[in-house]
Design a protein around this ligand. Sequence first.
Ligand SMILES: CCCCCCCCCCCCCC(=O)SCCNC(=O)CCNC(=O)[C@H](O)C(C)(C)COP(=O)(O)OP(=O)(O)OC[C@H]1O[C@@H](n2cnc3c(N)ncnc32)[C@H](O)[C@@H]1OP(=O)(O)O
Length: 213
Amino acid sequence: MTPSPEPAHDRVPLAPFWRQWSDRAVARAPAGWTGLIDELRDLQDAAAASAPPAETVARATALLADARRLLAAHTVADDEQLYGKLLRLPGRGQTLSPPLRLLSWTATEIVGEVTFGRFHSGSNDAVHGGAVALLFDEALGRLSDLDDRPPSRTVSLRVEFRSLTPVGRPLTVRARLLGQDGRKRRLAGVLRDGERLCAEADGLFLALRPGQR
Ligand SMILES: CCCCCCCCCCCCCC(=O)SCCNC(=O)CCNC(=O)[C@H](O)C(C)(C)COP(=O)(O)OP(=O)(O)OC[C@H]1O[C@@H](n2cnc3c(N)ncnc32)[C@H](O)[C@@H]1OP(=O)(O)O
């Protein structure tokens, strides 16, 4: 695989399994779907950062309940859902973890940028440790399944928190494939704020057998 010359998340090569998975969701996504996901992400951050008066709480709760009822009327099975399946978008169309914008990639290394919002804050404007682990699972998982490798699943993920991970600043995440032994893939990741090391991780991913879900 040729290293990418310039940032362009939507050109990240997808293995056939993931290309089909993502293209199927893209084909079914209605106009405006990504705007809904962006709004939901902003809503999470706005709710986490606010201390509103009671009348604002009541109004926002009613609006949210309206939105929930609208969406719940169109509930589908997991196979049919769109959420999280738009692999060519930073954040792949989900709001569980912050959008990971891939800046460069090879078959064995990806570099990306991520900014955690207030939604992922633990305390003191520092990102919750579980959210850092979530980001590493995303980044290492992306790399594990890059370059036509069969889909895999995380079997173990160890995170070392080296310094506080700040909210609201662009951070760099780097993931490397250290080696493969049969179905087992060993990966490592680092998260930095500029030069400062915030956290590092190592993970074991196991390729699924054909037909394994
Ligand atoms: C560009 C690409 C885009 C992709 C986008 C994707 C979305 C974005 C990314 C999102 C990413 C999110 C990703 C997620 O969050 S995935 C969700 C979190 N992970 C899980 O839920 C996994 C749950 N576990 C399982 O399903 C099964 O255990 C699996 C299927 C993984 C293996 O069950 P299976 O029955 O198939 O295998 P086996 O038990 O015979 O084991 C086989 C070998 O492995 C060794 N072993 C097993 N466990 C461990 C362990 N803990 N440490 C060390 N070694 C371990 C074992 O000893 C054996 O070795 P050997 O005896 O052969 O030497």
